[in-house]
Design a protein around this ligand. Structure first.
Ligand code: M6R
Length: 361
């Protein structure tokens, strides 16, 4: 059932253009945003996004979208912290729980903690019959199909797509997004399957780079804006399956500590589309280069023409509308982890010490 791929993870990475096309057909048909009518963002004053692991990083990206498109305060937390912190809740909050399995114990407990005390609970899940889907007021399936690899890949990008549609809906419900911007964002989301397909073409060059990455003891990922959570996700994916120590940082945090780690042996993976903040990220990257760190820059043609010189390696990505770059750059992040793990010979689909579904806390 691996469909000719060596691992489920490789198959699931490759499936993403089709998965997103399916989710787009459902959530963004020709008639426009398609979410349940009882999902209304107009009378709330706060959004809370709760999840664990990769699903938490999807929430962290979505925070940028809800704030930008809908101008609504949005907080994120990992479920294990949220549930025991017992935060004060309000009836004007909307709480969103994101989980591939729908069975993650901490996320379920956080949902139960919220259920009587917020305006509405929404589950964004892959398994529609799961506990989290059943217990939430509204369940939105991400339609990714069964995900077997312990490292979550297609569920992540499908979660992002559903959250992006929700954020656009929130912008519309709250009168914060004009028709032209909404149309442009909608079109950008619809272009994703094609762009993801193009990015899949990087698999071979990434496999070559992975031979060097597999030698590293530590690897850093840097990103800014909505690419910051993607840097965290890239690092999680890599450590999870290759067992190489990796950390993601907001680019601007580099000089507040992590730059002390940089020397010739430390690869620094910079995920930076040519966006509003590109110059700032480039200056952080140059600080790494001045200390002889091995910079791998993933950017578009424009970004690479400005900043590609002197890096250890570059990956040329297709251009994408700024807010949605994390969905596209998930592909090289996943492929870097995958090929590095393959180069190291680890058990990609069943990494040590990990379970696909974490049903105990
Ligand atoms: O099933 P869930 O989405 O609730 O799982 C959450 C995490 O356990 C999961 O994303 C984990 O971090 C993955 N192994 C990451 O690849």
């Amino acid at each position: 059932e691996k469909g000719g791929y060596k691992h489920f993870m490789a198959k699931e990475i490759a499936e993403q253009p089709v998965v997103l096309a399916d989710a787009l057909r459902h959530y963004l048909p020709a008639t426009g945003l398609n979410l349940p009518a009882d999902l209304d963002f107009s009378n709330i004053d706060r959004i809370i996004l709760i999840a664990c692991g990769t699903a938490h990083y999807a929430c962290a990206v979505a925070k940028y979208w809800f704030e930008e498109f809908a101008r609504i305060p949005c907080e994120i937390d990992v479920a294990s912290e949220f549930r025991y912190r017992e935060p004060p809740l309000s009836e004007r909050s909307l709480a969103i729980f994101v989980s591939q399995s729908g069975e993650t114990a901490d996320t379920l407990a956080a949902l139960r903690y919220c259920s009587e005390n917020v305006a509405k609970t929404v589950a964004v899940v892959n398994v529609p019959s799961s506990s989290i889907a059943r217990e939430a007021d509204i369940a939105l399936p991400i339609l990714a199909g069964v995900e077997v690899g312990v490292a979550s890949t297609k569920a992540f990008t499908a979660q992002l797509l559903v959250l992006a549609v929700m954020a656009l809906q929130a912008g519309r419900d709250r009168g914060q997004i004009d028709d032209a911007t909404l149309a442009a964002h909608t079109e950008a989301l619809r272009s994703l399957p094609g762009l993801l397909n193009q990015a899949m073409g990087l698999s071979e060059p990434i496999a070559k780079l992975a031979e060097s990455l597999a030698e590293a003891q530590d690897i850093l990922f840097l990103g800014r804006g909505p690419m910051y959570p993607l840097a965290l996700e890239g690092a999680l994916k890599l450590k999870e399956i290759s067992y190489i120590h990796a950390e993601g940082y907001a680019s601007g945090e580099l000089k507040h500590g992590p730059i002390a780690l940089i020397d010739r042996s430390v690869p620094v993976i910079v995920m930076a589309p040519h966006d509003r903040l590109f110059d700032k990220t480039v200056s952080n990257m140059q600080e790494v280069m001045a200390r002889h760190g091995m910079v791998l820059l993933a950017s578009d043609a424009k970004g690479l023409s400005v900043a590609g010189d002197g890096t250890w390696a570059t990956l040329q990505m297709p251009e994408i509308a700024e807010p949605f770059a994390p969905i596209l750059y998930a592909i090289p992040a996943q492929l870097l982890a995958y090929h590095t793990a393959v180069a190291k010979g680890t058990d990609v689909d069943q990494p040590r010490n990990l379970a696909k579904s974490v049903t105990v806390e």
